[in-house]
Design a protein around this ligand. Structure first.
Ligand SMILES: [Zn+2]
Length: 246
C-alpha cells in the first residue's frame, strides 16, 4: 500500500488520497488495496467539504479499513503484476520454467513446451488475460492431481469421498458440504505436500463429523497427530502464494 496523502488538511479523521473526477456527481469514498482510503470529488467541488463527509461516514470507513487491514495481515502487501518466470507446485514436486511468447491473439493460453517448460502465448501484456490463463492452468493441474490424492488417502486411512470438486476459493483451503461433497482449493498445490495432505485428511474427516468438536479432532489426530502445527502453518501460507494466484 502506498503512503496515504493528506491533501485537504490534517484535521480530517482519516488519512486519504484525493482524486477529482469529471464523471462523479457527488463525493465518493473507496477503500482499495492500492491506495487505502480514496475520496473522489466531482470536478470543481471544494475539497473543504471532505472532513465533514469523513465524519459522517466514519463507521463505514472504519469497517472498510478494518477489512483491508485483515486482508493485509493474511495476504501480505500487494505486489506489482508481472508474468512469473517460473512456476513451482511443491505439493506435487514440480517446477516449470515459463516462456512468454507475444502474439496478437486476444486469448492467452498456456501450453507444455517440453518436460519442465510452459509456454504462455497471446497478448501477454494484458494482465487480466494472463491471470485468467494462469488460473485455468492451475485448475487443470488441481483437477488432475487432487481427486486421485483423495482416493489414495482413502486407501491409507479408510476415509472415502465420492464427490470432490476443485475451485479457487480466496480464503479457504477446502470445505465439506452437508451433501458430502468436498471442495478443494486448487491453490493447495502451492503447499508443501504434508500440509496439502493434512487439508485433504481434515476435509475427509468432516464427512464423519461435520463440526470441529473434540471427536472430530480425535479423528484427525489418528491420521495427522501434529494437526495443531499444521493449522497454524496453513493460516500463514496465504501470504506465501505466488502473487499471480492471490
Ligand atoms: Zn474443518
Amino acid at each position: 500500500m502506498q503512503p496515504p496523502s493528506y491533501p485537504a488538511g490534517h484535521d480530517a479523521l482519516f488519512p486519504y488520497r484525493l482524486r477529482e473526477s469529471s464523471r462523479a456527481r457527488c463525493v465518493g469514498l473507496r477503500v482499495t488495496l492500492q491506495h487505502g482510503l480514496e475520496v473522489v470529488l466531482p470536478k470543481g467541488c471544494n475539497p473543504t467539504v471532505v472532513p465533514d463527509v469523513l465524519r459522517r461516514k466514519q463507521r463505514w470507513i472504519r469497517a472498510a479499513l478494518d477489512r483491508l487491514a485483515a486482508h493485509l495481515r493474511v495476504f501480505g502487501p500487494p505486489q506489482p503484476w508481472q508474468l512469473p518466470a517460473q512456476i513451482e507446485l511443491p505439493a506435487i514436486g514440480r517446477v516449470w520454467r515459463v516462456e512468454a511468447v507475444e502474439t496478437a491473439s486476444r486469448r492467452v493460453t498456456i501450453r507444455d513446451a517440453g518436460a519442465d517448460c510452459l509456454r504462455i502465448v497471446g497478448r501477454i501484456g494484458n494482465e487480466k488475460a494472463c491471470r485468467a490463463a494462469l488460473a485455468r492452468w492451475l485448475s487443470t493441474q488441481a483437477r488432475a492431481h487432487l481427486p486421485p490424492w483423495v482416493r489414495a488417502i482413502g486407501q491409507r486411512t479408510g476415509l472415502y469421498c465420492q464427490r470432490v470438486s476443485v475451485r479457487q476459493q480466496r480464503t479457504r483451503w477446502g470445505s465439506c458440504s452437508r451433501r458430502k461433497t468436498i471442495s478443494l482449493n486448487a491453490k493447495l498445490l502451492f503447499l508443501p505436500p504434508e500440509l496439502a495432505d493434512y487439508v485433504l485428511v481434515h476435509e475427509l474427516c468432516h464427512l464423519a463429523e461435520m463440526n470441529h468438536s473434540r471427536r472430530f479432532w480425535e479423528l484427525v489426530a489418528e491420521h495427522h497427530p501434529d494437526y495443531g502445527h499444521a493449522n497454524r502453518h496453513l493460516r500463514d501460507m496465504w501470504k506465501h502464494l505466488p502473487h499471480w494466484a492471490r
